[in-house]
Design a protein around this ligand. Structure first.
Ligand code: NAP
Length: 546
C-alpha cells in the first residue's frame, strides 16, 4: 500500500480544509464555534439555524449520484441543519419548451437560497436550447470556477503508480470568453462566435485566485493564456493578472501559454499548485487535469460568486451509464464537501471526507477505478448504492494512509444570504478614459476578389473623412499587399482610417455610420466595429501580415 509523503499529505488536507474560509465571508465565527460541543458524530446536534440549499439533481446519472450523496450527507447529520429545496431545471424544463432550461420559480429559489447543489445537466443538441449549466453560472454571476485535482487513495493513475502525488487547483473564469455564446451566421460560408473579455471580469477572477492562494498558503500562481496570438483579449487577461498580483506580494507569479501548459501538465504536473485561465481554456485544461488524477469521477468544482454559489461535479450526465446505477458519485460528494464547508458545516464535511478516504483506501471502488493491491478490493465493482453504503459504514473512522481531515467538535451553518439588490450591478475597472474615433472596420458578405472589393470601397469613401487602409480575409491582409496564395472566403473586413488632416476627436461616429450606409447601397454589411484610441492607445488589432 502506498503512503503519501507528509508534505503532500499536509497540502492535500489544506486544500479541502480551508476552502470555506475563502469562499464564505460569513464563516468567520465558525472556527471558534467549532471548538465547543460534543466530540462524536453520534451525539445528536441540536437543530439551530436551518439553512436552505437549492437542489437540482440533474439529468442522466445526476439523480442517481445526487440520491447517493444526499443519503451519505443525511447519515452524517447534514439534514439536521439544512433543508434542500427542490428546483426545476435541465431536461425536464427544456422538454416543456422552455429554452432557458430553468423555470422563473427556480430562479427565485436559487436567489433566495444563495447556494445550489447541482447534478450534471444535459445540453440539448441543436435547436435553441443553451447549456443550462452555463446559463446558471452566468445568470447568478458565479464568476470563479474553482476545481481541485488531487491524488486519492485507491485511485490508480500513471502518476500514483510512479509514487507522484498530485494536488493542484484550476481557477477558470466562468462568465466571459466564447461562453458568451454570441454567434452569428455572417455569409453563406462564415459563422462567427464573439469572444468577450472584460477588465472587471478579469479583475474579479484574478483577485479570487490570489485570495484563495493566500488562504491555502500557495506560494506560486500561474496564469495560462494565449496572449501571443490573441494579444488584446488574452493580453488583457494577463495584464490584469499582473495588476492583481501587486496586492499579494508574498505570492510569486508565472505565466504560461496554454498549449505549453497542456504539455507541462502531462510531463510534470507536480510543478503546479494553482493555475488561473480564461473560460474556454480553463474548461479544456481542467478536463485534462481530471484525467491526471483518475478521471472525471474525481473532479469536484465550486462556482463562486459574490452572492450565489453553485457546487457540482466537473463531469456531465454520462448518458452511456445513466439509469444503470453504475456511476461513481465521488466527484459530486467532493463538491458537496466544498459546499458544506462554504456554509460552515465543517464537522460534517470533515467526517464525511474521512469516511470517504477510509473507504477508498480499503479498496472500495465503482467500475471506473480501483486498485487491486488494496485489501478490500473486489473484482466485481460496487454499484452506486453499494459504494455509498460502504462510505456510510466508515463514518466516524479516519484514513490511515493519508492525513485525515481535522474534525471540529461541533459546527452549525454560518452562511447568510446577502440582501436582494434592487437591480443589476455595474462593475467597472477603467472609468476616466478618453476615447476618440479614428476609423471603422466594416464586414461584408461578398464573393468578389480583393482588388474588386478595394475598387468599390475606394469609390464609396472618396468624399468622406476616411480612406481605405486595408482589406483582410479571415484576419489576413489581402489588400493593399498580400499573397496570391492566400485563399479567401465570402466574408471581408474593410478598414477605413481617418485621412491625413483629420485629427482624432474631430470626427464623430455618425460619419462612419454614414459611410456604412453608402456601402450598404451595394453590399450586404454583416457587422461594423468602430476603431478608437483610448487615452491615445490603439484599441484594435492589426491584421496578420499588416
Ligand atoms: P460526461 O457526461 O462527463 O461523460 C463522459 C464519460 O465519462 C462517460 O461516458 C463515462 O465514461 C465517464 N463518466 C463521467 N462521469 C462519470 C461518473 N460519475 N462515473 C463514472 N463514469 C463517469 O461527458 P459527455 O458525454 O461529453 O457529456 C454528456 C452530457 O453532459 C452533455 O449533454 C453535456 O453537455 C453535459 N455536461 C454537463 C456538465 C454539467 O452539468 N456541469 C458538464 C459536462 C457535460 P464511460 O464511457 O467510461 O462510462
Amino acid at each position: 500500500m502506498r503512503v503519501q509523503s507528509p508534505s503532500m499529505r499536509e497540502r492535500t488536507k489544506n486544500v479541502l480544509a480551508t476552502f470555506s474560509e475563502r469562499s464564505s465571508p460569513h464563516s468567520r465565527n465558525q472556527r471558534t464555534a467549532a471548538l465547543k460541543g460534543p466530540l462524536t458524530m453520534s451525539a445528536p446536534s441540536k437543530p439551530s439555524q436551518r439553512l436552505k440549499i437549492a437542489l437540482a439533481p440533474g439529468d442522466g446519472i445526476g439523480p442517481e449520484i445526487m440520491d447517493a450523496a444526499l443519503a451519505l450527507f443525511k447519515e452524517a447529520g447534514v439534514h439536521n441543519h439544512v433543508d434542500f429545496v427542490p428546483t426545476e431545471m435541465g431536461r425536464v424544463v427544456f422538454d416543456k419548451g422552455n429554452t432557458r432550461g430553468i423555470t422563473d420559480e427556480s430562479v427565485r429559489i436559487v436567489e433566495d437560497c444563495g447556494v445550489v447543489f447541482k447534478g450534471p445537466m444535459e445540453t440539448p443538441k441543436g435547436g435553441g436550447g443553451k447549456s443550462v449549466n452555463v446559463t446558471l453560472r452566468k445568470l447568478f454571476s458565479t464568476y470563479a470556477n474553482f476545481r481541485v485535482f488531487k491524488t486519492l487513495p485507491g485511485v490508480q493513475t500513471v502518476y500514483s503508480k510512479a509514487g507522484i502525488n498530485l494536488d493542484f487547483s484550476i481557477v477558470r473564469e466562468n462568465i466571459e470568453d466564447t461562453y458568451g455564446g454570441v454567434e452569428h451566421r455572417l455569409s453563406n460560408d462564415m459563422i462567427q462566435c464573439k469572444r468577450l473579455i472584460s477588465a472587471p471580469g478579469c479583475d474579479q477572477i484574478h483577485r479570487f485566485t490570489f485570495h484563495t492562494a493566500r488562504k491555502l498558503g500557495i506560494k506560486k500562481v500561474f496564469c495560462g493564456h494565449k496572449a501571443n496570438i490573441m494579444k488584446m483579449t488574452d493580453g488583457l487577461f494577463l495584464d490584469r493578472f499582473k495588476a492583481a498580483a501587486k496586492d499579494f506580494p508574498e505570492i510569486e507569479i508565472g505565466d504560461v501559454i496554454v498549449d505549453a501548459l497542456c504539455m507541462n501538465l502531462v510531463i510534470k504536473p507536480q510543478q503546479y499548485q494553482m493555475i488561473v485561465l480564461p473560460n474556454l481554456q480553463g474548461d479544456i485544461v481542467s478536463d485534462l487535469a481530471a484525467g491526471l488524477v483518475g478521471g472525471l469521477g474525481f473532479a469536484p468544482s465550486a462556482n463562486i460568486g459574490k452572492n450565489i454559489s453553485i457546487f457540482e461535479a466537473v463531469h456531465g450526465t454520462a448518458p452511456d451509464i445513466a439509469g444503470k446505477g453504475l456511476a461513481n458519485p465521488t466527484a459530486l460528494i467532493l463538491s458537496g464537501l466544498m459546499m458544506l464547508r462554504h456554509i460552515g458545516l465543517l464537522k460534517q464535511a470533515a467526517t464525511i471526507e474521512n469516511a470517504l478516504l477510509s473507504a477508498l483506501e480499503s479498496g472500495l471502488h465503482t467500475g471506473d477505478f480501483g486498485d487491486p493491491a488494496l485489501p478490500g478490493y473486489t473484482k466485481e465493482p460496487a454499484n452506486t448504492n453499494q459504494f455509498v453504503r460502504g462510505i456510510v459504514e466508515k463514518l466516524g473512522e479516519k484514513p490511515k494512509t493519508v492525513t485525515p481531515a481535522e474534525v471540529p467538535e461541533q459546527s452549525t451553518p454560518t452562511f447568510e444570504t446577502s440582501p436582494r439588490p434592487e437591480g443589476q450591478t455595474m462593475i467597472r475597472t477603467f472609468v476616466n478614459i478618453v476615447s476618440h474615433v479614428v476609423g471603422c472596420d466594416i464586414y461584408l458578405d461578398s464573393p468578389l476578389s480583393p482588388p474588386a472589393v478595394a475598387e468599390e470601397m475606394m469609390r464609396a469613401s472618396q468624399d468622406t473623412p476616411f480612406k481605405l487602409s486595408l482589406i483582410s480575409n479571415r484576419g489576413t491582409q489581402v489588400w493593399p499587399t498580400g499573397s496570391v496564395y492566400t485563399e479567401c472566403v465570402d466574408y471581408y473586413r474593410v478598414r477605413f482610417e481617418l485621412r491625413e488632416g483629420n485629427l482624432p476627436g474631430t470626427i464623430g461616429q455618425s460619419r462612419a455610420v454614414a459611410l456604412m450606409d453608402k456601402i450598404a447601397e451595394k453590399f450586404t454589411i454583416c457587422s461594423y466595429e468602430l476603431l478608437r484610441i483610448f487615452d491615445g492607445v490603439r484599441g484594435y488589432s492589426m491584421a496578420q501580415g499588416q
